[in-house]
Design a protein around this ligand. Structure first.
Ligand code: ATP
Ligand code: MG
Length: 397
């Protein structure tokens, strides 16, 4: 009988394959390792490294739970899936011993269950082919456990065996899906217009998943909006850091600007002009922080300021690209994402954001650029934008 070889429990994470083929491969992998390390740091000492298109995560202390690692690593953008695994070195004899022990750790005593074995042989020098290994280990397990029977179609348990270089072997049974996407930071930086609503946090989340680092801007209109409305946005930005990493929330004191707009333009043009001023201030902040695009939570046709005409007029106020990842989603789809990422409960807290106080009863749904510019002529727009940019508070999260 072969002795039990040294075994350690680790987590393996799989990366997106398409991106791995491009020129950015090295940058992608380094960034992903960094992002995973940062995400796991609160758990304690953990070693994270990359080889053979996998990320290997080795806990440095027995008090760190593999399930906690799995939970965190599967919410890092760029990870396709992850598994907790037993890792050991050996040949067929060691594999037989370890497969039995591994299966024993999975089974509930006395309860009948079905299983199958799937083998991947990365090391082509290993003397047995994958189907031979699967059949051999399947036979061993079938014999060893009275309660186990083979079912290759709908097994209760799948035992995955990986045979890698120099006798390195892995056993695992569960593949947990990750968020996919691109690692945050591989795509540059963008400025998210973050209100207290449901949509903008979701928009930020989706763009972070395309590799963007985020800066956030919130337009605050105290005392028309309460401190609690501000706290709510800070909390939303904090919740986003779980996915996008560090971020800075720029809080623009917007009251004077909003009052100036209200006093100078027709009521039905207030919203669109206010949005154009917000966009310009956001663009100014983007220049300061080296952001190359703006992100909003707008969705086509959702409200009067989000008709195609209104969006066109809003867009014309800036020259940076404006990303609107929700543009083609309906509210239910957005709410579903908000629930999944944990921002929904905070978003629906009943503290008004600055726009709800200054909305007209019947805003123009089809503004024209010409008409808008004519209304804006009553205002000193560059001065308003400059005053907004001079009145910013930063919260680092
Ligand atoms: P949300 O749910 O994100 O508030 P919404 O459907 O309520 O969106 P609006 O209030 O018209 O729509 O705002 C559209 C977008 O403009 C928001 O998604 C957000 O990106 C930006 N925005 C609106 N108000 C603010 C604000 N006070 N500060 C920062 N950004 C804002
Ligand atoms: Mg809103």
């Amino acid at each position: 009988m072969t002795n039990r070889p040294d075994m350690r429990q680790i987590v393996i994470a799989r990366m997106g394959e398409i991106t791995l083929k491009g020129l950015n491969r090295g940058k992608f992998e380094h960034r992903l390792v960094d992002n995973i390390s940062r995400r796991l740091k609160p758990l304690g000492p953990v070693e994270v490294y990359q080889t053979q298109s996998r990320i290997w995560i080795v806990p440095g202390s027995s008090s760190i739970r593999l399930d906690d690692i799995l939970d965190r690593v599967t919410t890092v953008f760029g990870v396709v899936s992850a598994s907790s695994a037993w890792e050991f070195y050996g040949g067929m004899d060691e594999l037989r011993v370890m497969a039995c022990q591994y299966m024993e750790s999975l089974l509930t005593e006395g309860k009948p269950a079905t299983f199958k074995v799937e083998t991947r042989r990365g090391d082509k020098g290993f003397p047995f082919s994958s189907p031979v290994v699967s059949a051999e280990i399947g036979g061993v397990l079938d014999e060893r456990f009275d309660t186990l029977t083979v079912d290759v179609r709908h097994p209760d348990y799948t035992l995955y065996i990986e045979i890698r270089e120099q006798g390195r072997m892995l056993l695992y049974s569960r593949i947990v899906k990750g968020l996919r996407g691109l690692p945050v930071g591989t795509g540059g930086k963008a400025m998210l217009l973050l209100s207290g609503g449901i949509d903008s946090p979701v928009a930020g989340y989706l763009m972070a998943g395309r590799g963007l680092e985020l800066e956030c801007v919130y337009f605050h209109a105290a005392p028309y909006t309460s401190e609690r409305a501000r706290d709510k946005v800070v909390e939303l930005a904090r919740l986003l850091t779980g996915f996008c990493g560090r971020t800075t929330l720029h809080i623009v004191h917007f009251t004077e600007i909003q009052l100036a707009i209200r006093d100078a333009v027709p009521e039905d043009m207030m919203t669109v002009i206010m949005r154009r001023v917000m966009m310009r201030i956001a663009e100014g902040l983007a220049a300061r922080t080296r952001c190359l695009a703006l992100i909003t939570g707008e969705s086509l046709g959702q409200v009067a300021s989000q008709t195609i005409e209104a969006l066109a007029v809003t867009n014309a106020s800036v020259s940076l690209p404006v990303f609107r990842p929700l543009v083609g989603l309906d509210k239910d789809a957005t709410v579903e994402i908000a629930r999944r990422i944990g921002t929904f409960e905070t978003s629906i807290l009943p503290y008004e954001d600055c726009c709800t106080l200054f909305v007209a009863k019947h805003p123009k749904t089809k503004p024209t650029l010409e008409g808008t510019l004519a209304c804006e002529a009553a205002l000193d727009i560059p001065a308003l934008v400059a005053s907004g940019l001079a009145n910013v508070e930063e919260v680092v999260l």
